[in-house]
Design a binder for this molecule. Structure first.
Ligand code: ADP
Ligand code: ZN
Length: 436
């Protein structure tokens, strides 16, 4: 499997770390000179670029938080004049104002480069036809993948999300060999194909899927690989850093290699802010080393993972981040107990006859304890004809397993096929109706 940029992706670690330290010093100097926000932060922390001489000096630098983006909405995080900004993107921001990202011409080039590395890591070449079902628009997914697939010379089909029946038809007619979408939407496509009487695995030429933008478990990977007959690659990114292109799995599937020559990663204790080492779980923090329009220092992603720096068989020397284990802010506290949605997903998908479509609904009826409901679809075959005995058994089984893993009881609702709303982009797994 070709490596897009061997010079940087396989650079000996000592050399890579030297390069990172040099770039870190430069970005701190640049921010101190151009950004009122960072000028003040660095002054408060009593640190200047002169103090930054190795990666050990990182911990002297202040953090950047999501709230900084909100407080400086829309363009306050940019450090170049608008005549140099050639593109704006923004996160979905379902509540309140979105998080805005700005790109200079050089940033766009960097984005194409890291996305070319990304798709290459999944084996995509100019021989491929890429069906890109990530949403086009302000969301970074669609246009980010477009850039990378274009750069490697693949044939890009700019589908965007939605009109699923048409997606299935065009995937077949155009002979797509690669599917890029959110993991949840890939299952919607597979389901639609089945409804159309199309045997996806047999009729489609798709061999690779690159899925990300939302958390998904190993169980979900197996479901997807099974239903679509593809090798599924996980990809990670976020608007504040660049969009997709921050990290991607290699064919070893043992974590996502981070493009460390551009994005310096560390893990911190989310409570104390202290730096943790490799192989330790905590909050992922990024510093952009080469971005022009909107560099960030020690951005707290709120995503929880572990970094590994041991050798990977693929030849890349960059660190690997494990699958995102959840967000420090998506931990639900239900009746005082910490609950992670991904643990619920993992439990559900380990049970036979349970489909990968679910929603977690939490409520707090007046003056009462929190209620936790898990709505999940059971296999369509239990509904034609309806097999009440098996459904009852299944309901008990799911309740028992959830009780065992979560430590509190959940009321389980088994649903018929397609009763849980499907999403074209990121799936909405948690509905918290409490007024917290
Ligand atoms: P938003 O989700 O707020 O619209 P983004 O599109 O920038 O904003 O999403 C970035 C977030 O999406 C990440 O911080 C992370 O929580 C999540 N995410 C992205 N890729 C993955 C992935 N492969 N696995 C798990 N979570 C992911
Ligand atoms: Zn690897």
């Amino acid at each position: 499997m070709p490596i897009w940029n061997p010079e940087y992706e396989t650079m000996p670690r000592d050399q890579l770390e030297k390069l990172q330290a040099k770039r870190l010093k430069e970005v701190v100097a640049r921010l101190a000179a151009t950004s009122p926000l960072y000028k003040k932060r660095f002054a408060d922390a009593k640190v200047t670029a002169d103090d930054i001489n190795s990666l050990d000096d990182l911990s002297r630098l202040p953090f950047t938080e999501k709230s900084d983006f909100r407080d400086h909405y829309p363009y306050g995080m940019f450090i170049v004049p608008m005549d140099q900004v050639v593109r704006i993107h923004a996160s979905s921001g379902t509540t309140g104002k979105p998080t805005v990202g700005g790109y200079t011409r050089a940033d766009m080039d960097l984005w194409a480069e890291v996305m070319a590395r990304t798709v290459s890591s999944a084996g995509v070449t100019n021989q491929d036809i890429v069906h890109n079902a990530y949403g086009y628009g302000l969301f970074t997914g669609g246009l980010g993948f477009h850039l990378g697939a274009d750069r490697v010379g693949a044939t890009v089909i700019p589908m965007s999300g939605g009109l699923t029946r048409r997606q299935v038809m065009l995937m077949e007619d155009f002979g797509a060999t690669v599917l890029t979408s959110t993991p949840s939407y890939s299952l919607v496509i597979a389901e639609e194909a089945a409804d159309m009487g199309i045997d996806f695995k047999k009729r489609m030429k798709v061999r690779v899927g690159i899925f990300g933008a939302e958390p998904w478990t190993e169980k979900m990977r197996h479901e997807i690989q099974e239903k679509l007959g593809v090798e599924a690659f996980d990809i990670y990114g976020l608007t504040e850093i660049i969009g997709p292109g921050v990290a991607v799995e290699c064919p070893q599937h043992n974590g996502m290699h981070i493009n460390e020559d551009h994005f310096l990663a560390e893990i911190i204790d989310p409570i104390t802010g202290e730096r943790l080492g490799y192989d330790q779980e905590g909050e992922l923090v990024f510093t952009t080393l080469t971005k022009e329009a909107m560099p960030v220092v020690r951005y707290r992603t709120r995503d929880r993972t572990i970094l590994h720096a041991d050798k990977c068989a693929c030849g890349r020397t960059t660190v690997r981040m494990e699958k995102i284990m959840g967000r420090t802010d998506d931990m639900l506290i239900v009746r005082g107990v910490n609950i992670f949605p991904q643990l619920i997903e993992k439990t559900l998908l380990s049970i036979e006859d349970i489909e990968p479509h679910y929603q977690i609904v939490i409520d707090r009826p007046k003056d009462q304890l929190d209620t936790l409901e898990v709505w999940v679809e059971a296999s369509p075959r239990l509904f034609q004809p309806i097999d009440t005995r098996r459904l009852d058994e299944l309901q008990t089984r799911v309740s028992t397993e959830l009780m065992q893993t979560l430590g509190i009881s959940a009321s389980v609702k088994l649903m018929g096929p397609k009763s849980i709303a499907r999403s074209e982009g990121k799936a909405r797994r948690v509905v918290d109706k409490r007024d917290l």
